[in-house]
Design a protein around this ligand. Structure first.
Ligand code: DC
Length: 230
């Protein structure tokens, strides 16, 4: 457990981080939350859980109505480390390649998004949250106290994904990962509802040449500067 940093002016605040897949959001947000003693809210994991449920039950990624019903009814619980779907630990299953492929079209449906956003806001109602995703700075928490947009080159992001996959025992190539990420970026950035965008008030951080430790340090520095002005 890392040493926690006490910044009393941060109490009740929300820190939101958006960016494309592989930009380092999850690891950065998780570490930041741990350092600040905040809750870590991984919004992508929620869309993945809905997608896993749909795939297991043979629901098409195009069936807007069925997917909305699923999104409203399934019980998703995030503990920071683990993800539970109707009380089953699905932490690993939501990262499998089938879910990763289907999650973009599933998350593009307006009804699915509405159900998820309501749950995300409920989790953050008392603040003390570090959240990350595609629309946390723009739609879910437009009034977040600190907003960050992470980006990194496509190749760097693909290399990171490759390492993640090999840790999970899944074989892939750099070319495959670059193709998949580019397709997901395109889909997430151009969908009709809540596309991935960098809001005007988000601080841009390019992580291409940064280690995770450096990323976290940079954001903490920003947090300290912002806190003085909050
Ligand atoms: O961050 P991730 O790779 O786990 O996200 C999986 C997908 O979920 C992503 O491709 C798009 C969707 N997503 C979203 O639409 N809105 C969010 N706030 C988070 C994720």
């Amino acid at each position: 457990m890392s040493k926690q940093i006490k910044l009393s002016a941060l109490q009740g605040k929300v820190i939101a981080i958006d960016g494309p897949a592989g930009s380092g959001k999850s690891t950065t947000a998780r570490r930041l939350a741990s350092k600040l003693g905040f809750v870590y809210l991984d919004t992508g994991a929620m869309y993945r859980a809905v997608t896993l449920f749909a795939l297991r039950n043979g629901v098409s990624v195009d069936d807007a109505r069925a997917l909305e019903t699923i999104a409203r009814r399934v019980k998703i619980r995030l503990t920071g480390e683990k993800v539970f779907l109707n009380d089953e630990d699905v932490t690993k299953d939501i990262r499998n390649p089938e879910v990763t492929k289907a999650v973009s079209p599933v998350s593009a449906h307006e009804g699915v998004r509405k159900a998820m956003v309501a749950q995300q806001r409920a989790v953050a109602k008392d603040g003390n949250v570090v959240t990350e995703g595609r629309d946390t700075t723009s739609v879910v928490f437009p009034d977040a106290d600190i907003k960050v947009y992470l980006e990194a080159s496509l190749e760097t992001r693909a290399r990171r994904r490759l390492i993640d996959f090999s840790r999970q025992g899944i074989s892939s190539t750099l070319e495959e990962q670059m193709k998949d990420l580019a397709a997901r970026d395109e889909y997430d950035s151009n969908r009709q509802h809540s596309p991935l965008t960098r809001t005007h008030d988000s601080i841009l951080l390019d992580t291409t040449n940064l280690t995770i430790d450096e990323q976290v340090e940079r954001i903490l520095k920003l947090v300290r500067i912002r806190v003085k002005n909050i």
